[in-house]
Write a protein that binds this ligand. Sequence first.
Ligand code: JHZ
Length: 396
Amino acid sequence: MIKKFLNLGRQPIANSFLTSNSKKSLAKEFFYNLSVSFNNKNYLVSVTNPVDPKIQYTDKYAHRASESLTMRKAFKDIAKKIKKKFKPKIIMEIGSNDGVFIKNFPKKDVIAVEPCKNLAMLTKKNFKTYPEFWTKKLAKKIFKSSKKADIIFSANTISHIPNLKESFQAITFSLSDNGVLIIEDPSLFSVIKNISYDQFYDEHVYIFSALAISNVVKDSNLKLFDVEKIRTHGGSLRYYICKKNAKYKISKRLIQIIRSEKKIKLNKYSTFQKFSKRVKKSKKNLIDLLKKLKIKNKKIISYGATYKSTTIFNYCRIGRQYLDYVTDTTQNKQGKFTPGQHLPIISPEKGMTDTVDYVFLGAWNFKDEIINKEKQFIKRGGRFITHVPSVRIINK
Ligand code: JHZ
C-alpha cells in the first residue's frame, strides 16, 4: 500500500527558470502539489503524483553536470574504476547530460541517451547520441541488431523516470549476459539523517534505498549484487545490478548497507512520519533565522540556483523579503528568475560583493568546494547559512 507522509505544498517545476518576471510570464507558470509517499510492500519512497516528463525534460533544460569540479572529478574516477574492473567494450549512459561521464571513454565504445535536445546536441558531434527518453522501444531500436551493452551507467537519472518497471525491463533487454548496470542516486538514508527534504522535487520521482532497489529490480529479472556509499549530492548510493543468472555474487557491503537501512527503519512508515515532523521544524528554524538577520538589516543572498532550492524557497516561502538574489555559475541560468519565488539569478562575480553579509547554501552538497572558492568572503566576515543537517550559520 502507498501512504503519503510529507506535503511540500504548491510547487513549480524545479528547472523552470523564468526569462522574465513580467505579469504575463508569471501568469503562465505551472504549479502542482508536491507530496511524498512510502510503499510498504517494496519500500519505495516516491513523489505521489509525478509530473509529465515532457514538461520537465525540454530543449531548455538548465542543469549542466560539468559545472562543479567535484562532479567532474567524481565522473572521471568512476570511469577509471569501470575501465579497470569491467574492461567494457560497449558502454551506454542513460541521461548523459553534457557528456561529463562519457568523455572519459573512447568515442567508438559509447552510446548516449539524453532526452533534453539542447544537451544531446552537446555530445552528438563526438558520441552516438539518442535524443530520446529511455523506453523499451528505444532499447529495441538501439540493440535489436547490435551487440548488447557490457556496462550501462546512469547517474541521477533512473530516479527521475516515473515508469521504473519499463525502465528496468528496457535495461534487461539491453545488457549482455554478464553486463552490469551501475546507477547512482541520492540515498534515502542520507535524506532522512540530514533532513535534506529539498531532495524531493518534481524530477526526483524516487529517492532510493538499497532495500527498495533490491526489491524492484527483481520484477525485471535483475539482481542487485553490490552497493557503494558515495559522497556526491549530499550522500548517494552507487548500485551494481546484473541479470538474475549472471556471475556476480552478493557482496558483504550490500548486506551491511541493507542492515544499516533496516536499523534506521527505512522499511517502516513510522520513520517517515517522524521525518515529516522534523521537516516542519527545519522550515520554522530557517525562517526564524532569516527573520532574525533581516531585523538586523543584514544582506542575505543564496549560492547555487539549484533545483533543491526550488523546494525550499517555495515550501518555506522564501522570496525577496529575505534574499536579494541567487548566484550561479551556469550561464543559461544567469539573467533568469527562480521558479515560483522569482529571485533574480546572477553570476557569482557580480553577486559576491562586499555588501553581502550572509549566503544561504542552495548548493549545500558542494559546501567544501564553495567555501574553498569563497575564502575572501569569509575572511572579510561574511558567513554561510545552511539547513543541512540542521539550520545554522557556519562559523569557519
Ligand atoms: P546541484 C540537479 O539538481 C538536477 P540541483 C537533477 N535532477 C539532479 O538530480 C541533480 O542535479 C544531480 C551551481 N554552482 O548539482 C551549479 C555554483 O554556482 O546541486 C548548479 O547550477 N557555484 C539532474 O540543481 C548548482 O550550483 C559552485 O561553486 O539541486 C548546483 O546544482 C558550484 C559547485 C555550483 O543540483
